[in-house]
Design a protein around this ligand. Structure first.
Ligand code: AMP
Ligand code: TRP
Length: 339
């Protein structure tokens, strides 16, 4: 057993608006964890710079940082309970990331599937930052010695790399257990929400079709319309888990229903066994509208006062720094930096 006190860290990139996958895969779990452990929730603006949208559009990056902050709060992240801040205000993230650039191995990064997916055939045109991004992510977590990281399924491999970095650092500097090995918290029916247009593709910010995703800022009509138009097959809903084989779209909509209603998938399957999609979709739309539109309304309210959002971020950054500074001082001593 590790002696490290339980501490949660997670973050999202301020790129475009957040969608249902971000909410069900991550945010919803963040809110729950607030009552169980100390939590740090970060808007990772330095990570957003690894992509063109963050790098070339400074005003958009600022706006997206405030918008994602508002989405966190509107979803239930409470700045009084959790430390809420943006990454670039705490310089220790960048400092530790450099050291991790020297601890991490090229071979580890070469295995990262997300980099391969994002760059495709054009690896040489990607920024170096996009390539070393998982090491900055490891620094985000470990600069606080965080032990638990709630994320969606797609971040599992990055988290394994964080554990490898922690382990290698501890071994190389002969400081057993200096860094904890952070554990992924990947829970609920929404850990991998798929596109509404293609049940084999992840719901994503970068999909060209807006009908592939439900954005947290969509209004009731848009949500209902997107669900009505979601791809399905002609058969009614199956009666058991087995019947979902080869029916990725049906599977996805049932998972979304289960996650939104906080009920086990089996209970939802039992409820809608043999039901036509038209009826199921109409109930799903009602549920999604009821859950999501209050978040959008609260976001709008918060965004009307950007100065207040900036104050929340600055105050969170002060608290985050208070944890990170002593850890970083110890790291510097361990690696031999004269201070
Ligand atoms: P990103 O949009 O890549 O910045 O992801 C932010 C958080 O949302 C991470 O924890 C992801 O794992 C999670 N996430 C993103 N897309 C999905 C999805 N389609 N289903 C479930 N979780 C997701
Ligand atoms: N890489 C994560 C994503 O794209 C965002 C992220 C950055 C993160 N640093 C993190 C998530 C630390 C958890 C912990 O979703």
């Amino acid at each position: 057993m590790s002696a490290h006190p339980k501490l949660v860290f997670s973050g999202m990139q301020p790129t475009n608006v957040l969608h249902l996958g971000n909410y069900l895969g991550a945010l919803k779990n963040w809110v729950k964890l607030q009552d169980e452990m100390a939590c740090l929730y970060c808007v990772v603006d330095m990570h957003a710079m690894t992509q063109d949208t963050g790098y070339r559009h400074p005003r958009e990056l600022e706006a997206a940082t405030r918008e994602v902050t508002a989405a966190y709060i509107a979803s239930g992240v409470d700045p009084k309970k959790s430390i809420l801040f943006n990454q670039s205000q705490v310089r220790e993230h960048a400092e530790l990331a450099w050291i991790f650039n020297c601890v991490g191995r090229l071979g580890w990064l070469d295995r990262m599937t997300q980099f391969k997916e994002k760059t495709g055939k054009h690896k040489e045109r990607a920024s170096v930052g996009l390539y070393t991004y998982p090491l900055l992510m490891a620094a985000d977590i470990l600069v606080y010695k965080a032990t638990h990281v709630p994320v969606g399924e797609d971040q599992r491999q990055h988290l394994e790399l964080s554990r490898d970095v922690a382990q290698k650092f501890n071994k190389d500097y002969e400081v057993a257990d200096f860094f904890p090995l952070p554990e992924p918290v990947i829970i609920g029916a929404g850990t991998r929400v798929m596109s509404l247009r293609d049940g084999t593709k992840k719901m994503s910010k970068s999909d060209e079709s807006d009908y592939s995703r439900i954005n947290l800022t969509d209004d009731a009509d848009t949500i209902a319309q997107k669900i009505r138009k979601a791809r399905t097959d002609p058969n009614p809903l199956p009666e058991s888990d087995k019947g979902f084989e080869g029916r990725a779209e049906a599977d996805n909509l049932v998972n979304i229903y289960a996650a939104l209603s906080d009920r086990p998938r089996e209970a939802v399957i039992a409820q809608f066994a043999g039901c036509q999609f038209s009826q199921f979709k109409s109930e799903l739309a009602d549920l999604a509208v009821a859950r999501l539109t209050p978040i959008a309304a609260e976001m709008r309210r918060l965004l009307a006062d950007p100065a207040e959002i900036d104050r929340i971020l600055a105050s969170g950054a002060d608290k985050a720094r208070a944890i990170a500074t002593p850890v970083m001082a110890e790291v510097k001593r361990l690696v031999g930096f004269v201070t």
